[in-house]
Write a protein that binds this ligand. Structure first.
Ligand SMILES: NC(=O)c1ccc[n+]([C@@H]2O[C@H](COP(=O)([O-])OP(=O)(O)OC[C@H]3O[C@@H](n4cnc5c(N)ncnc54)[C@H](O)[C@@H]3O)[C@@H](O)[C@H]2O)c1
Length: 366
């Protein structure tokens, strides 16, 4: 198969859909890989790195789309790419169709095979191509939180690890899923005292089993949250209700209960946030202050660490991309039910019912 890796053109997106390691595997399996010149630069991979493992470099995005049977990328196509996508071409990337009717219509019109990373789903309901980005965001949340606790950026002036003779900082983590566990692990590694809360006892039991003693678990309810926000320096929001808006676990009135300079990193901002005062921010201007509480609410945290994010993402996407290239999409999806869940639009038909529901379209599903 001929596989194309275009440069991402969405604002501030520095990740790339395939690393040289991925190209190496593709070429080893007798596939041809075209990489757009400069596609990997933002993640630290240069044209010569791709050429060394057998990729052919093309100057323009249009050439990459025109010559390829399958496009492997990161973000959903944007307007400039719509007309480049061909009938029958496989496009393997994050799409998030339900949030854009324009994109959905464009992909229907293209008659391409759109396989969305975010809906590739294991039998247990876990989303293997989303997990790495939650791992990145969870770990980064502590790095960012520690920074914004510093006084010059209006934080409380607390060093998370403490020093001999001074107690460590206190971190409250809401949600013991992927983001929460990774955040708790990083905070614990710095020596902070960590409280992690969830409503799922299985998750709390797991955390209790694997974490050191300075990570304590608490059941998540309003009374417990109200108690803990007063005594914690950094609060991480990592709550998710699948497919729904995150619940507001911290309401506006609670900010007044916190010490001035407390920092909230609401990772769940992409689902509306679990703090009432959360509103999305960008890496250019990541924080704002309400009632002396610093809010960090960047909606694409992994974008700040494109090298790590690209490698983490492509580690999990490559086996599926390889399967699609080796077998073609029909056989690959017939044999692999996890991958088949990624099929969203096929040759002009929407085959993922949540997309139809999102736009209240008349169902035409087979
Ligand atoms: N901002 C970013 O850049 C970024 C990056 C990656 C992920 N995210 C977001 O982070 C959020 C968390 O993702 P995840 O992968 O960790 O999800 P997850 O499903 O692994 O974990 C969510 C956890 O929240 C818990 N929960 C639900 N209701 C709760 C409540 N009332 N109190 C406490 N806990 C509760 C669930 O039991 C679950 O353990 C999602 O909204 C995800 O989209 C954001």
């Amino acid at each position: 198969m001929v596989v194309g890796v275009p440069k991402e053109i969405k604002n501030n997106e520095s990740r790339v859909g395939m690393t040289p390691a991925g190209v190496f595997e593709m070429v080893k399996h007798n596939h041809t890989v075209y990489v757009q010149s400069g596609a990997g630069v933002g993640s630290g991979f240069f044209d010569k790195d791709y050429q060394k493992v057998g990729a052919q470099i093309l100057d323009t995005m249009a050439e990459v789309y025109a010559k390829s049977d399958m496009i492997v990328k990161v973000k959903e196509p944007i307007r400039e790419e719509y007309n480049l996508i061909k009938e029958g071409q496989i496009v393997f990337t994050y799409f998030h169709f339900a949030s854009s009717e324009t994109l959905t219509q464009a992909m229907i019109d293209s008659k391409a095979i759109c396989i969305a990373y975010e809906t590739v789903e294991n039998e247990d309901g876990s989303l293997p191509l989303l997990t790495p980005m939650s791992e990145v965001a969870g770990r980064m949340a502590i790095q960012q939180g520690a920074k914004y606790l510093e006084k010059p950026v209006k934080g409380k002036g607390v060093l998370l690890g403490g020093v001999p003779g001074v107690s460590p900082g206190r971190v409250l983590v809401l949600g013991a899923g992927t983001v929460g566990v990774q955040a708790a692990k990083m905070a614990a590694g710095l020596g902070a005292h960590v409280t992690i809360m969830d409503v799922n006892m299985k998750k709390l039991r797991y955390v209790n089993d694997i974490m050191p003693n300075h990570v304590v678990t608490e059941f998540s309810n309003e009374l417990n949250i109200r108690k803990h926000i007063k005594s914690h320096d950094l609060i991480i929001g990592g709550v998710l209700l699948k497919g729904a808006k995150a619940p507001n676990l911290i309401t506006r009135d609670m900010l007044k209960e916190m010490h001035p300079g407390t920092v909230i990193v609401d990772v769940a901002v992409d689902q509306g946030g679990c703090v009432e005062t959360t509103k999305p921010t960008t890496h250019e201007d990541p924080t704002y202050i309400i009632d002396d509480v610093v809010h960090y609410c960047v909606a694409n945290m992994p974008g700040a660490v494109p090298y790590t994010s690209t490698v983490a993402l492509t580690n999990v996407t490559l086996p599926y991309a390889l399967k699609l290239a080796n077998m073609g999409w029909r056989s690959a999806c017939n044999l692999d039910k996890t991958l088949a869940k990624g099929l969203n639009i096929v040759e002009g038909e929407v085959v993922y019912k949540e997309i139809v529901e999102a736009f209240k379209w008349e169902p035409v599903l087979a």
